[in-house]
Design a protein around this ligand. Sequence first.
Ligand code: IPM
Ligand code: MN
Length: 372
Amino acid sequence: MKLNIAVLPGDGIGPEVTQQSIKVLKAIAVEFDHTIVFKQADVGAIAIDKSGNPLPKDTLNLCKESDAILFGAIGDPKYDNDPSAKVRPEQGLLELRKSLGLFANIRPVKAYQNLLEESPLKTNIIEGTDICIYRELTGGIYFGEKKLSEDGDTASDLCTYTRNEIERVTHLAFKAAQSRKNKVTLVDKANVLESSRLWRKVVTEIAKQYPEVELDFLFVDNAAMQLILNPKQFDVILTENMFGDIISDEASVIGGSIGLLASASIGENYALFEPIHGSYPQAKGKGIANPIASILSAGMLLEHFGLQEEANRITEAAEKSLELDITTPDLNSDNTRISTDNVGDFIEDFILNPIDTNFNYTNIHLGQSTII
Ligand code: IPM
Ligand code: MN
């Protein structure tokens, strides 16, 4: 297969983690005889610095011409601390999602067996957790009308949803549940919000088309609690844009690090793959950022094109790195020697040569060889 990938590394740790994914995808291309062509473009704060625009036209055009987009991260503290800034890096990502119609954001959350101790939650609570969050991505309060009064003392953000916006992501969530544990939990605030009541109505109607899938409802405040009290009750979580943003960060605690959570943003014509973590500017250039979320996002990219075996190879390699403790300091505070690059190198090597890599890596690649 030939794939043209637009690479948008963005800000902070975005470039260094994305670099690892490129390395890993190149290894997959060699191993499975595919051609993957990467073309890079600016987005976010770096694009504002260069052109004043967080999503330059050339970047959007490149995305539209490509088969898929590999996204790093965006955000810069100089904008976070300036509420009056008219142009913000995040607008680049939001505009990209909207312009490409990426309405469904899929975020898998898993408790890895050998990382159970890394989570601040108790092992018996998280062991066996396997959730997939379907977050609506192009509607709701993120994209509703925004107002600030003339005197600057009153502000509002409108949360709007249409039936069609709810339907399309709901179908994807139910289809996903069919190949998982046949359960969908709709997370909303239907006791207060009109938009949530529309979600309940539409989702209940659609559920009739999937009789084997059990549909459950939770208010978002309760869901936030249930997620860390009893995460195993969940299979597919379906929710609107902002609730999905919040609960997916919360859910990352189950896996032990936000540096592990991958995501796919899917629309009718385009697909973008990105780690859920932000730009983590404090870590930029230090080699401590965890590249696994980005690498697993690259795996989701392959899966999107039906390359299941290739995607599995990435997952296996990433899980092997976790098993052998070849991990960045977010997962391994005693071990500060293993860098972002080292993790990427291991995963690349494992894809190219699983048997040897498994056997040799800890000794040779970390400079502890007893052979020389
Ligand atoms: C995410 C991020 C974005 C969001 C920001 C960077 C706009 O937090 O992808 O979860 O809120 O959607
Ligand atoms: Mn977020």
